[in-house]
Design a protein around this ligand. Structure first.
Ligand code: G
Ligand code: G
Ligand code: MN
Ligand code: NA
Length: 254
């Protein structure tokens, strides 16, 4: 059976598709300021699958809408749970660019936010720059409606595509995430160091939050703080944990 066909069963099964969660922290203090949701598929035969193994197939199938709603539903449930535990932390959800061609997404998302009683500002939609590649009116319409709900937008993996700068003019973005390939090399390569410096500077001039992905060492953290980078995410602070471990993880980081 093709992966996309098996996804139908996984969406119904409820225990096959789960989220792992990774905190985002305030870089100078290390205090948690948010949580990113990442999908995992516990496939009955193939074992644990990460997004690289199946998201492309989902995007090409007619199950993308259902999949996207499933992830949003589950992520908002986590946020509501954190809120009940006393932690008002926004959740970041990765959206497939093609979801922005779905004209029903904004109304369905509004309903999910209501159902989970999560304020729209506590949802950050992470979009990779490839969205820019579909300069369609429908995408702009969906983006505008989502923005109208009050949800936030983040440009993910910033710097790896070729339309980054255009993207920043296309919608009002609230956050830029510097791709972890830059963070990994910033200490060794003068060129990469200059790029990270310029990206942090750009974000600050645009008055948006800048998050460094893949912070693995104290040196990287210190260098990023020095450059004025607001936030970070990475193994230096904590790796991703399961849905029932996230409260303990937030408490550990506080
Ligand atoms: O968790 P992992 O490192 O394997 O994630 C790799 C990438 O997969 C992420 O950077 C993100 O772009 C994508 N991803 C993770 N979760 C989701 C999801 O729920 N939906 C979509 N469309 N992409 C996701
Ligand atoms: O594309 P996106 O940045 O959303 O992908 C998130 C992925 O990055 C997750 O799969 C997560 O496991 C991985 N990740 C998170 N922190 C680190 C890190 O410090 N180093 C590396 N190599 N990967 C990380
Ligand atoms: Mn992401
Ligand atoms: Na990403």
């Amino acid at each position: 059976l093709a992966l996309a066909a098996e996804l139908q069963g996984a969406l119904a099964a409820d225990d096959q598709l789960t989220l792992v969660l990774q905190p985002t922290v305030d870089l100078p203090t290390g205090t948690p300021i948010g949580v990113e949701a990442l999908i995992r598929w516990h496939h009955p035969r193939r074992g644990l699958l990460t997004p690289v193994h199946f998201v492309r197939a989902v995007e090409a199938s007619d199950l993308l809408g259902q999949f996207t709603r499933y992830v949003l539903d589950r992520a908002l449930a986590v946020t509501a749970e954190l809120s009940r535990a006393g932690y008002e932390l926004p959740i970041s959800v990765n959206l497939s660019p093609r979801s922005l061609l779905d004209p029903h997404l904004p109304t369905d998302l509004a309903e999910l936010l209501r159902r989970h009683k999560v304020p729209a500002e506590h949802l950050i939609l992470e979009i990779t720059e490839t969205v820019v590649l579909s300069p369609l009116r429908i995408t702009d319409q969906v983006l505008a409606e989502l923005r109208g709900l009050g949800v936030k937008f983040s440009v993910d993996d910033f710097g790896t595509g070729y339309s980054s700068l255009t993207f920043l003019t296309r919608i009002a973005v609230d956050e830029m995430k510097i791709d972890r390939t830059f963070v990994a090399k910033m200490g060794e390569s003068k060129q990469t160091g200059a790029i990270v410096r310029a990206l942090v500077d750009l974000a600050r001039r645009l008055d948006i939050r800048v998050v460094a992905e893949g912070v693995e060492t104290a040196q990287q953290r210190a260098a990023l703080v020095e450059l004025g980078c607001h936030a970070g995410q990475g193994f230096h602070f904590g790796k991703d944990v399961g849905e029932n471990e996230i409260i303990a993880e937030i408490e550990r980081l506080r």
